[in-house]
Design a protein around this ligand. Structure first.
Ligand SMILES: Cc1cc2nc3c(=O)[nH]c(=O)nc-3n(C[C@H](O)[C@H](O)[C@H](O)COP(=O)(O)OP(=O)(O)OC[C@H]3O[C@@H](n4cnc5c(N)ncnc54)[C@H](O)[C@@H]3O)c2cc1C
Length: 498
């Protein structure tokens, strides 16, 4: 039977993090038929499945939408790369695999803001249900869910513990499980990896559901629009194999096309700000000016340091080492291939009066670009830090009725003074932590104090943030700094307000 002749109970657009979970759950009891449409294709690639290769899929057109922002006015008009997954598993197949649920108070705050049932007490059972934590279940952690979570390679590199010790020496807590009773502090980091493989939602949720006769998956399918009758979603129009298809729905069309894709698709369907739609040549179906608004993301900086002892992972970046790591992973699914290398972390507060942590560290025992495009020559390590509660807001705006044309994306990073203040705190507090003696001698490791100048002279767009926005006193000692204030990682946008 062709899809056109069939009406599904549910149509899910996008087989990403959310879409794969929904496809599994909605077909579980066998009572409902589901059509899952995904623009990307198969995730069967060593670059997706082997965790250490994480920088490759995010830079590969086949696996990721290679969006670019408009010039960001508060980042010296720099355009930022904004990859999003375009493959089974969506962004969970190209992401950094860091498993951080969020602070309990974040969820309580949602509830206080009106999201009934989204407080921590209500969410915790679902976190536990979803997870199999490698070290067993307890009040907070799950032990029989589809999503495998572990802590990588067990912090074998001495730099991981040195960083935790430095945090404790600077006066912060030590936390053994930041996804458990206490987020705040420094400790080992957790990642969505199972049996040495990336545990994307395609692996965790979609694969186990693929044999169900009530689930139909169509890949390489670009949904053009949601069809509406009297403002009710009744189906979708999509393109696949050079042809246009329609599919009808009995119950719901679910948009899980991501923070860029979902608002863009609503706008393509005539749902959004009337003025914006008119400019793009789209007939208005339903005026909802909030669609695409409130786009937000958390920016992250990294600080890089030279390491004087020959212990960092920079020495594992040569082709021979990579071959050995890859071969071991293929044969045994363990070793340095089976980790994202962010094995220690910290959650701290930026200032007095902040009620729960708003800054997050990831520690990497190598100095390189997150996207893998450039690495430091010699031993080095780096600290990533981000301000988790940015106030700056941007938008996703359609510019053309052609579904192949990307929307205009602008985050307005660092527009709000509170965000700039947060990043100033990041600089100051990172200096304090890195100047602790644990970073000098822990594990027999000695760190250079002279790297600043090298970083500066080798640097790429250094102008971006520090000089203009982060006006701090001159660095007292070691290093620094912020060569590639990168990351666009978890954009969130509005699809349904108004
Ligand atoms: C580089 C990177 C690193 C990250 N690192 C981390 C991390 O370490 N830890 C963490 O917790 N989070 C991380 N994230 C964020 C996290 O991965 C995302 O928040 C999450 O995957 C988003 O899920 P989603 O279901 O909303 O969208 P996605 O998973 O992006 O899925 C959307 C899917 O919809 C498809 N789609 C879009 N438009 C259409 C259309 N018109 N027709 C058909 N299909 C369509 C896409 O191809 C995609 O597969 C990272 C994200 C990125 C990009």
């Amino acid at each position: 039977m062709s899809i056109q002749e069939h009406t599904f109970d549910y149509i899910i657009v996008g087989a990403g993090s959310a879409g794969c979970v929904l496809a599994n759950r909605l077909t579980e009891d066998g009572k409902h038929s589901v059509l899952l449409l995904e623009t990307g294709g198969s995730d069967k690639s060593i670059f997706i499945q082997m965790p250490t290769a994480l920088s490759i899929p995010m830079n590969t057109k086949k696996y990721a939408w290679q969006f670019e922002t408009e010039p960001e006015p508060y980042l010296d008009n720099r355009r930022m790369h904004c990859p999003r997954g375009k493959v089974l598993g969506g962004s969970s197949s190209i992401n950094g695999m860091v498993y951080a649920r969020g602070h309990a108070r974040d969820f309580d705050e949602w509830q206080q803001s009106g999201a009934e049932g989204w407080d921590y007490q209500h969410c915790l059972p679902y976190f536990r249900k979803a997870e199999t934590w490698a070290f067993g279940g307890d009040t907070y952690r799950g032990d029989s869910g589809p999503l495998g979570v572990n802590n990588g390679n067990q912090m074998q590199n001495p730099l991981y513990q040195a960083f935790i010790n430095a945090g404790v020496e600077a006066g912060y807590f030590n936390t053994s499980d930041y996804n458990g009773a206490q987020q705040e502090g420094f400790g080992p980091m957790h990642m969505t990896i199972k049996g040495g493989r990336r545990c994307s939602t395609a692996n965790a949720y979609l694969r186990p559901a693929m044999s169900r006769s009530n689930l139909m998956l169509v890949t390489h399918a670009l949904v053009h629009k949601v069809q509406l009758e009297d403002k009710k979603a009744v189906g979708v129009i999509y393109e696949q194999g050079g042809r246009t298809h329609t599919a009808r729905v009995n119950r719901e069309v679910i948009l899980s096309a991501g923070s860029i894709g979902s608002p863009h698709l609503l706008q393509l369907s005539g749902i959004g700000d009337p003025e914006l739609l008119a400019k793009a040549g789209i007939a208005l179906e339903h005026a909802l000016p909030g669609v695409g608004k409130n786009l937000q993301d958390h920016l992250e900086f990294y600080f890089q340091f030279r390491c004087l002892q020959p212990v960092s992972l920079n020495r594992k970046l040569g082709w021979w080492s990579r071959l050995k790591i890859g071969t071991r992973w293929i044969l045994k699914k363990d070793g340095l291939g089976a980790t994202n290398h962010f094995e220690s972390c910290g959650f701290i507060r930026s200032k007095a009066g902040v009620e729960w942590p708003d800054l997050q560290y990831h520690f990497l025992p190598a100095a390189m670009r997150y996207d893998g495009k450039e690495a430091f020559d010699g031993d080095g390590f780096q600290l990533h830090i981000g301000h988790n509660k940015p106030q700056s807001r941007g938008s996703v705006d359609i510019v053309s009725a052609d579904p192949h044309q990307p929307p205009r994306i602008q985050f307005n990073y660092l527009q709000e003074e509170a965000d700039r203040e947060g990043f100033r705190a990041c600089v100051r507090l990172t200096r304090e932590i890195i100047n602790q003696s644990a970073m000098d001698l822990s594990g027999g490791v000695k760190f250079s104090q002279d790297w600043t100048y090298k970083a500066m002279s080798r640097s790429m767009p250094l102008s971006v943030v520090p000089s203009k926005v982060l006006t701090t006193p001159p660095a007292p000692a070691k290093w620094v700094l912020m060569r590639w204030p990168l990351l666009i990682r978890k954009p969130v946008s509005m699809v349904c307000k108004d």
